[in-house]
Design a protein around this ligand. Structure first.
Ligand SMILES: [Cu+2]
Length: 277
C-alpha cells in the first residue's frame, strides 16, 4: 500500500514529465496553427497570445488528466475487496499551498501579460475615439460604417468615396474608424485579427497592417436584428499599385452619387426623415 505522500510524489512526477513532453508540441506544433492565422500584424499578435494562454494552461491540464488516469488505475477496488475511502485531502496543507500558489502565479502572470499586450498594440480591438497606442508613421484611414444589414467603407483621403467592398493595400498601416448608422454592430475582419464595435455616434479606432495579399472575411459579430447572420462580405488585400487602380475606379464610379452622401465625418446622425440616413 502506497502512502499518501508517495502517491503525491508519483502524481507530481507524472504531471511534470507529461508537461515536459506536451509543452514542445504546444509551442512548436499547435501554437503556430492557432487562429486567426498570420495575415496581419494584429492577427500574428493574437496567435502569440493564444499560444501563451495554451502554455500556461498546459501544466494544469496535464495535472488534471494525470490525476484522472492515476485515480482510474491506483484507486480501483480489487475483486472481493471492501470499498473504503482513502485519506481525506481536506486540510492537507502542502497540497493546498501548492494549488493556491500555482494558480495565483498563473492568474497574476496572465493579468500582467494581458495588460502589457493591450498597451503594446491594442491587439486589433477597437480602442474608442482616443486610442492609447498609435502606430508611428504614415497611416491610411478607412471608415467602416455598419447599418442593417451591411458594411460600407469610406476613404477620407480619397475624397471620402464610399464603397461596398473593403480593399486594403498590403504592408500599409490602416487606421479603421468604425461606426454605425443604426443598431449596434461589430466589425469583425477575421483573418486580419480585427474585431471592433460599431456603435451609432461613436468613432471606434482600430489599427492593423495586413502583411499578405489575399482575401479575408468580414462579418458582423453583434446580434443586430433580423438579417444579422447575412451581414458579411469578403475583403481584399492587394499590392499598392492595384489599390491605386481600384480606388481611382471607385471614385469615378461613385462621382454621380457622391453629392447625395453627407460629407465625410467621424460619426453620422441619420436624418429622422430618412433623407441622410
Ligand atoms: Cu450587424
Amino acid at each position: 500500500m502506497w502512502s499518501s505522500r508517495s502517491r503525491g510524489f508519483q502524481l507530481g512526477l507524472l504531471t511534470v514529465v507529461s508537461t515536459l513532453i506536451v509543452l514542445p508540441l504546444v509551442i512548436w506544433v499547435l501554437g503556430p496553427n492557432m487562429p486567426p492565422g498570420k495575415a496581419a500584424d494584429a492577427a500574428r499578435g493574437q496567435v502569440t497570445d493564444n499560444t501563451v494562454l495554451l502554455v500556461v494552461m498546459t501544466p494544469f491540464t496535464m495535472f488534471i488528466l494525470c490525476y484522472l488516469g492515476y485515480a482510474l488505475v491506483a484507486f480501483r477496488a480489487k475483486k472481493g475487496e471492501e470499498l473504503v475511502d482513502g485519506a481525506p485531502i481536506r486540510g492537507h496543507m502542502p497540497s493546498q499551498l501548492v494549488w493556491l500558489g500555482a494558480t495565483t502565479v498563473a492568474v497574476l502572470f496572465l493579468a500582467i501579460f494581458g495588460s502589457a499586450e493591450l498597451l503594446a498594440s491594442g491587439s486589433g480591438a477597437g480602442q474608442g475615439p482616443n486610442p492609447i497606442v498609435k502606430p508611428s508613421g504614415n497611416v491610411l484611414p478607412v471608415q467602416v460604417i455598419g447599418q442593417q444589414w451591411e458594411f460600407t467603407y469610406r476613404y477620407p483621403t480619397y475624397g471620402g468615396v464610399e464603397t461596398a467592398e473593403l480593399v486594403l493595400p498590403v504592408d500599409q498601416q490602416i487606421e479603421f474608424h468604425v461606426t454605425s448608422l443604426d443598431a449596434i454592430h461589430s466589425f469583425w475582419a477575421y483573418q486580419l485579427g480585427v474585431k471592433a464595435d460599431a456603435n451609432p455616434g461613436v468613432d471606434n479606432v482600430a489599427f492593423v497592417k495586413a502583411t499578405k495579399t489575399g482575401t479575408f472575411q468580414v462579418r458582423c459579430a453583434e446580434l443586430c436584428g433580423l438579417w444579422h447572420g447575412y451581414m458579411y462580405d469578403t475583403g481584399r488585400v492587394v499590392d499598392a499599385q492595384q489599390f491605386q487602380t481600384w480606388i481611382a475606379q471607385q471614385r469615378q464610379m461613385f462621382t454621380p452619387i457622391q453629392k447625395y452622401l453627407p460629407p465625410y465625418s467621424k460619426t453620422y446622425t441619420p436624418d429622422p426623415q430618412g433623407r441622410a440616413g
